[in-house]
Design a protein around this ligand. Structure first.
Ligand code: GYE
Length: 334
């Protein structure tokens, strides 16, 4: 009797085993789905600008379930500490890829070493980073910020020359982005070089405004209480340009490339370009936030075992108040 019961138990067990073998289910291991979806943890800086919102939307659209991904999205609310915490959690969750849009250029060595030790590839997007060991991340996809700045400075030199102002003192206010971010560092150093090669350019003020319209309004209002003798305002993104323009208009200054303050901006968001069409922003250098498809392509290439370039700069253009048209704005994706 005992033997018969044992035999039944063994057969039942075998049947159970064979059942689970023939109907495999998607197991869940510590929150990670082992199906064929690629699990990506994305640490975003925050939501400080229109550019950033478009960037987040592009990432979410490209790394969608229909496209083969499961995306864990984290908004760091403009704190690098939060980004480090998010990445550590991604590592614990055993994601397949980590994507990070870093707030600052430095401070990434240890966390990326942790990701590397766990065998998780890291893709850096939007702003670049500086680490001792370049093999800590797979690739950087974003903009050449120094080149963007050079484009702006060369355009300004050209305009001032056409206006016959190469001998006049040109008083410049410099509204910077988030101090220590690669977007700020690149755009700033291009202007610094411009100031040092043009003896008649004079820096009236230089202050970081975290890429936000509110901070730029506040800082520009403070500068204007000190002086209204300003020829150029170089803002490191559209939000800051809009804030600075608001402050200047409040005190009766005209923003206009022909007979007012020359405002220079970066991003070329729809709103920024509308200001350009209205003549208030003289030059808007494009910075393309639609990076999701590039990230998707890199991950798919890596999945197929194809080589990946270390740096991928996105092609960008520029718009000025003399040549921009409504059609150009209508054709924009952000
Ligand atoms: O210019 C600004 C944003 O890192 C390129 O960050 C990005 C910058 C962009 O908030 O609008």
């Amino acid at each position: 009797m005992k033997k018969r019961m044992l035999a039944i138990a063994v057969v039942t067990l075998l049947l159970l085993c064979s059942c689970t073998n023939t109907t495999p289910q998607t197991p869940v291991v510590s929150g990670k789905k082992m199906g064929d979806l690629i699990l990506v943890g994305f640490s975003q800086v925050g939501a400080e600008s229109e550019w950033r919102v478009a960037h987040t939307e592009s990432m979410k659209a490209a790394l969608s379930e229909e496209n083969g991904y499961e995306l864990i999205y984290d908004d760091a609310r403009n704190e690098q500490e939060n980004q480090l915490r998010a990445i550590r959690t991604f590592i614990q969750q055993g994601v397949d890829y980590i994507v990070v849009a870093p707030r600052l250029e430095t401070g990434w060595d240890s966390i990326l070493q942790e990701a590397k030790d766990a065998g998780i590839p890291v893709i850096v997007i939007d702003r670049d980073i500086k680490v001792e060991d370049r093999s800590l991340y797979t690739t950087y996809i974003g903009s050449d910020f120094y080149k963007e700045g050079e484009t702006a400075v060369a355009w300004l030199e050209d305009l001032l020359e056409k206006q016959g102002r190469t001998e006049d003192t040109i008083r410049i206010v410099h509204i910077q982005g988030t101090a220590g971010s690669s977007a700020q560092l690149g755009r700033t150093s291009a202007l610094e070089r411009g100031v040092s090669r043009n003896d008649n350019w004079e820096k009236v003020a230089q202050e970081p405004c975290d890429f936000t319209r509110a901070k730029a309004y506040e800082v520009m209002s403070k500068i204007l209480r000190r002086t209204k003798d300003i020829d150029v305002v170089y803002c490191e993104n559209d939000g800051e340009a809009l804030g600075a323009i608001d402050a200047m208009e409040d005190v009766g200054l005209k923003c206009n490339a022909e007979d007012g303050v020359i405002v220079i901006s970066f991003d070329a968001t729809r709103l920024g370009l509308e200001y350009c069409l209205a003549g208030k922003i003289a030059l808007n250098v494009e910075c393309n936030p639609l990076q999701g498809p590039y990230v998707d392509a890199v991950i798919k290439r890596r999945q197929r075992g194809e080589p990946i370039e270390q740096v991928k700069y996105i092609n960008e253009t520029q718009f000025d108040c003399f040549t921009i048209t409504q059609e150009m704005i209508d054709g924009r994706g952000y």
